[in-house]
Design a protein around this ligand. Structure first.
Ligand code: ATP
Ligand code: MG
Length: 157
């Protein structure tokens, strides 16, 4: 189906905002324009839910999670940034492999199976996009993914 991805993303963030607890802040830097994409909403919801859940899991008390949308070369770019523990450079690609988890001891306490990002990668690839991570170890992580867009509609306020 075709839908406005910005509105869709906003609604998912709303849902997490209601359950995130008081020690984590959300900041939205989303575009005003409507950006229509062809995508499977259930699968995209699963992708975004996992990235947000990860960001919350690895955030320190008082941490801010920043949500961004940008346009670049015919693609919509989505960025979800946290101020958590971060990921060492050597592991940045591996987190998208099945069952891979950085630091087994830490991961055991935090919980999860290590499947979320591998599923995210499959879904994003199937939609013609890319997914990657940028991180400064100890200072936070940003997960980016792209999705090709169909049309953009300007919004006047
Ligand atoms: P699941 O998603 O299946 O419940 P999981 O969250 O451990 O389990 P992934 O979402 O695939 O699995 O993430 C893989 C690993 O990548 C995590 O276990 C963690 O080590 C690392 N990781 C993912 N996101 C972050 C993040 N925002 N900050 C720090 N580490 C992260
Ligand atoms: Mg996960």
């Amino acid at each position: 189906v075709k839908f406005d991805f910005i509105q869709f993303f906003n609604d998912i963030i709303d849902r997490h905002e209601m359950t995130k607890g008081e020690t984590i802040q959300f900041r939205r830097k989303l575009m005003k324009r409507r950006v229509y994409v062809h995508a499977d909403q259930d699968k995209m919801t699963q992708v975004i839910d996992n990235i947000i859940t990860n960001a919350i899991k690895f955030s320190p008390e008082g941490g801010t999670i920043t949500f961004r949308t940008m346009l670049r070369a015919k693609r919509l770019v989505i960025g979800i940034k946290d101020e958590g523990v971060g990921i060492p450079k050597s592991n940045l690609k591996k987190i998208f492999e099945r069952f891979y988890r950085v630091d087994k001891a830490r991961a055991r306490n935090i919980g999860g199976t290590g499947l979320g990002l591998s599923i995210a990668k499959e879904v994003v690839s199937a939609h013609g996009g890319d997914i990657w991570a940028e991180s400064e170890f100890g200072r936070g992580t940003t997960i980016y993914f792209t999705i090709p867009f169909d049309t953009i509609v300007e919004v006047n306020d």
